[in-house]
Design a protein around this ligand. Structure first.
Ligand SMILES: Cc1cc2nc3c(=O)[nH]c(=O)nc-3n(C[C@H](O)[C@H](O)[C@H](O)COP(=O)(O)O)c2cc1C
Length: 120
């Protein structure tokens, strides 16, 4: 894979290139300079689309998105551990800056950044 920001498509279970180039430094800056975001070879950014989940669940959908991001994050911890890698859940970042770096529409709410790499 070439350097870039990739979008995950849930239905096709596939990735497509969304933005070319290494965005890690800008992403780390958007997250108060947390350097492991820049150092890790991969950063997984999980976003909520509240408009979509509240279609099914009404206003409780927001709550469900927050619960589910915890599940997804836990699965990333488990999978990285199985692969002999490491991760850490990052919640401290500026939403708007993360959206700018990733070129995301305003409706996407970034909830977690999870750098994945070898443990120091
Ligand atoms: C919702 C949430 C957000 C967090 N945000 C950050 C963060 O921005 N930066 C950070 O270093 N740790 C953050 N943490 C804590 C780390 O994920 C981790 O739990 C902590 O660093 C302890 O890891 P350790 O037990 O491996 O040392 C967050 C934890 C949670 C649950």
């Amino acid at each position: 894979m070439s350097e870039g920001v990739y979008r995950y498509h849930i239905v096709q279970h596939s990735l497509t290139l969304h933005r070319r180039g290494d965005a890690r430094l800008d992403l780390a800056r958007a997250a108060l300079g947390q350097e492991f975001i820049y150092e890790a070879p991969l950063d997984i950014v999980i976003c909520a689309l509240y408009q979509r989940i509240t279609l099914d669940y009404g206003s409780r959908g927001e709550r469900y998105a927050h619960i589910e991001v915890g599940h997804a994050g836990q699965n990333i911890y488990l999978q990285t551990s199985v692969l002999g890698l490491a991760t850490v859940a990052i919640g401290a970042f500026h939403d708007e800056q993360v959206r700018e770096v990733l070129r995301l529409d305003k409706q996407y709410k970034p909830l977690y950044i999870m750098p994945v790499g070898k443990s120091a």
